[in-house]
Design a protein. Sequence first.
Length: 240
Amino acid sequence: MTEPLIALKHLQKRFGKQTVLADVSLTVAGGEILGLIGPSGAGKSTVIKTALGMEVADGGSAAVLNTQMPNRQLLGRIGYMAQDDALYEALSAEENLRFFGRMKGVAKADMATEIAHVAAVVDLTPDLKKAVSGYSGGMKRRLSLAIALLGDPELLILDEPTVGIDPALRRKIWGELHKLRDAGRGILITTHVMDEAELVDDVALLLGGKVMAYGAPSMLEAQYDVQTIEQVFLKAEGVA
Ligand SMILES: Nc1ncnc2c1ncn2[C@@H]1O[C@H](COP(=O)(O)OP(=O)(O)OP(=O)(O)O)[C@@H](O)[C@H]1O
Ligand SMILES: [Mg+2]
């Protein structure tokens, strides 16, 4: 069996006196989409940042691409989309894509094709020459996603990638994510859109610093005796 792309074991993270992650274990294998869900403030972004070594864990271990994190060398092989857009506002979208493409080691000869491809996936082709400062919130999200997709990384880590994105384009983006998954890429994605949580292979529900439910959507729905992941979420939270 091949090693998972992400392996978090009993991860713990505190901020001051607040324990945000008490015990988080999860894995993402190649050819798998793991959806990380949980209420706002549950620690989803903290899981991602700790996995990537952007936050230092207080306990447990985080291995990404078989390497103990943090490790700078790896970042070129990971398509990471943060929850907050980190874009160069004064530059055009195309210039942003070229800059990040270079950082990720996209070959010069492939750059134009790569940029055209990722821009098409997020429907930004007509707006590539516009300065990012003139972009709407949803356009910035789409550009951040395009940047994460650059260079066809083996692992995608996407923190709320579809915020501010219309249903039709969201569907198209999920089509692309499934294509990448079928081509063997691993994807860790957080979302607040509960019907998106039906489109993943496994769901991990983060609650009270722990993974309270973990498995295929259909399995969790059966386990909680409900019809949708939204109902699993509400039942686990004790709301329903
Ligand atoms: N750098 C930090 N310093 C102090 N507290 C932090 C820091 N980062 C996160 N926290 C706290 O950790 C908790 C979890 O935050 P996190 O951003 O991981 O939640 P989340 O599940 O991603 O929420 P959302 O769905 O709103 O994005 C929150 O209470 C937050 O205030
Ligand atoms: Mg978050």
